[in-house]
Design a protein around this ligand. Structure first.
Ligand SMILES: Cc1cc2nc3c(=O)[nH]c(=O)nc-3n(C[C@H](O)[C@H](O)[C@H](O)COP(=O)(O)OP(=O)(O)OC[C@H]3O[C@@H](n4cnc5c(N)ncnc54)[C@H](O)[C@@H]3O)c2cc1C
Length: 368
């Protein structure tokens, strides 16, 4: 039996398990190590924050996926990996050996600025705990224990989506107290490095929703009532979301795998550059020859490729080559059951796009 060890139950491994469940391959002993029993689907997260989807709606349960794929689920996290000894250490104690391993442990949020922000800020990743912290905040707002003031650090696509979703949710509470949502970006403009037309449309949408925008700003200090910016401006916030970029998990540095900015470098087969017995996919991976942004769209596609590679390993066939799409359809939710789309530099803002996003997201969930 060839032992395949899937490390992390992220978007890629969810898709790989779905494929493996359908193919029912012989000769494989598949294991999944995941600290969580569910994976939160990022496409539905902004809608959940806005109050359109329940927490349950975001969750993809891992045990049934493992059962169908014939995989053993280890409910713990991996703390180190030795690609030469072909073993991993588990947080619960003990080790697991493998013939082939695949890393899909996502990325963690970068936490910038002062120590006080590290304590008070809520990283958007992992998505599940972030959703829980937001729900707890909304409950406290509803009972009047806390002011309806929120701030988001980082005005990339995720930060803008969250700002619009949070504003919508707090507005919908119908409070007599004024709602304040602020979006703070270190760069001089929203969506740094993003599409110009998308930026202009999102800027209009933020203004329309009365989200306060601070660009070229960093946080100097934070306390329970809000943030003090480097410009000395005070931003009221009882909830501070950190959408400040993706950082790799620190323990990867001790694995001996070739890394790029801390992420695992892979070749077109999704095998790591340094060790062909270890694969990496999703946000954890850096496609050395053809780098792509860290987006769920790529993680999902790579999951299907990984399943194909596992099937080929089972019958000793050469592995497939992965050629990622050059661009992808970005559907950005605007909080108020509207979405805008961008692909190939063209931005569309049409009423039917929310329904399209809803259809794509629910179709993905239906396949769980
Ligand atoms: C607000 C927001 C909205 C987004 N919207 C979109 C969108 O609309 N479209 C899009 O394409 N992308 C979107 N993204 C990006 C998307 O979330 C990520 O690219 C995607 O989640 C990456 O999936 P992944 O498979 O790499 O890992 P993830 O889905 O992040 O999962 C990683 C998993 O690894 C597990 N894990 C972590 N450490 C360990 C360990 N040591 N051992 C074992 N398991 C471990 C975790 O429990 C987690 O389940 C959004 C991101 C955010 C923050």
């Amino acid at each position: 039996m060839t032992r395949i060890l899937l490390i992390g139950g992220g978007h890629s491994h969810v898709v790989a398990l779905r494929h493996l469940g359908r193919r029912k391959l012989a000769g494989l002993d598949i294991h999944l190590v995941s600290p969580d029993l569910t994976t939160s689907y990022s496409g539905l997260l902004p809608g959940h924050i806005a109050g359109h989807w329940t927490r349950h709606a975001l969750e993809i349960p891992l045990p049934p996926l493992c059962r169908t794929a014939g995989a053993t689920l280890h409910s713990t996290r991996v703390t180190s990996l030795d690609p030469v000894a072909q073993t991993v250490d588990l947080a619960s104690g003990g080790t697991l050996s493998f013939d082939f391993a695949s890393l899909d442990i996502g990325a963690i949020a970068e936490v910038p600025g002062p120590e006080t922000l590290r304590t008070l800020g809520v990283p958007v990743k992992p998505l599940g705990p972030f959703a829980d912290r937001w729900s707890a905040f909304v409950s406290q707002v509803e009972t009047g224990k806390i002011q309806p003031h929120a701030a988001i650090l980082g005005a990339g696509t995720a930060g803008v989506e969250l700002a619009l979703s949070m504003k919508y949710r707090l507005d919908e509470l119908g409070l007599s107290r004024p709602v304040r949502v602020s979006l703070i970006e270190r760069g001089t403009e929203l969506l740094p490095g993003g599409n110009v037309s998308m930026r202009a449309q999102l800027q209009r949408e933020l203004q329309r929703a009365c989200v306060a925008i601070f660009t070229g700003e960093t946080v100097a200090d934070a306390n329970e009532s809000g943030l003090r910016l480097a410009s000395r401006e005070h931003v009221p916030a009882g909830f501070v979301a950190l959408a400040t970029g993706a950082r790799p998990q620190a323990w990867l540095a001790g694995t001996g795998l070739t890394l790029h900015d801390g992420f695992v470098s892979v070749i077109r087969t999704l095998q790591t550059v340094s060790h062909p017995n270890v694969f990496a996919c999703g946000d954890t991976a850096h496609l050395a020859l053809d780098p792509r942004p860290k987006a769920g769209v790529f993680a999902v596609r790579q999951g299907a490729v990984l399943a194909e590679q596992i099937a080929r390993l089972a019958i000793n066939q050469p592995l497939a080559q992965y050629h990622p799409q050059k661009d992808y359809l970005k559907l950005v939710s605007l909080g108020r059951r509207r979405a805008i789309a961008e692909k190939w530099g063209i931005t569309l803002n049409l009423p039917g796009l929310w329904a399209l996003k809803r259809h794509i997201d629910l179709k993905f969930m239906d396949n769980s």
